[in-house]
Design a protein around this ligand. Structure first.
Ligand code: FMN
Length: 198
């Protein structure tokens, strides 16, 4: 492979930041993110970001200066080609942890979600798989001008039956739809490449 070909291949790489809306150590949503990473097509990779260090939003705290974990997360979002958000459903909506993180990030200028390609997935122990939460999350991300992939949608219902004891996604139909989503997300991200960059 000559240097030009190698350069072109690297430019075609897709780097995703994965964000989990659950802080739980054995979170099914984090396991789903890891499964998504395993199923990504060639040329696509993902790092995970944590929301653990983000404090509760307060305008008083903001007036003192943005907390370092918020700045660092914003920089990682800006640097990524796309965002994959795995969100548990709490009381038919988005987890407070995720909404709090988004609220902080939305206050920054430049606002890191603007024009950012994104894809959503959710795992819940209930049968609906977090659909209600995802539609609320779409609304929130729409407010922030993120470009959220429409389909395939991934709702992992009854998730406690779909991962094995080691945390691996064992359910074949779910692996198939998640793999299809990652392929579509790679194409979506490439299609929108450059839009979010200043
Ligand atoms: C406060 C709270 C509210 C919940 N509400 C819902 C809900 O509305 N729908 C649902 O399917 N599961 C609900 N659950 C159960 C979650 O689906 C389950 O705890 C899931 O494992 C959370 O995701 P995690 O494994 O990534 O932490 C709720 C759990 C908590 C703690």
């Amino acid at each position: 492979m000559d240097a030009n070909t190698q350069g072109a291949r690297q430019a075609d790489e897709i780097r995703i930041l994965g964000i989990c809306g659950s802080l739980r150590r054995r979170s099914y949503n984090r396991m789903a993110l890891l499964a998504a990473r395993e199923l990504m097509p060639a040329g696509m990779s993902m790092e995970l970001a944590d929301l653990d260090a983000i404090p509760m939003y307060s305008g008083d705290l903001e007036a003192e200066g943005f907390p370092e974990p918020v700045r660092q997360l914003a920089a990682r979002i800006r640097d990524a080609d796309g965002l994959l958000i795995a969100s548990p459903e709490y009381n038919f909506s988005v987890s407070g942890v995720l909404k709090n993180g988004i609220d902080w990030l939305s206050r920054l200028d430049p606002q890191p979600f603007r024009h950012k390609p994104a894809a959503l997935l959710s795992a819940t122990q209930g049968p609906v798989g977090g659909a209600r939460n995802q539609y609320d999350l779409r609304k929130i991300l729409g407010c922030l001008e993120a470009q959220v992939l429409l389909r395939p949608e991934v709702f992992i219902g009854l998730c406690h039956t779909k991962f094995d004891a080691g945390g691996r996604l064992a359910d074949a139909p779910t692996r198939k739809v998640l793999g299809d989503q990652m392929t579509a997300f790679a194409a979506w991200t490439r299609c929108l490449r450059g839009l979010a960059r200043p």
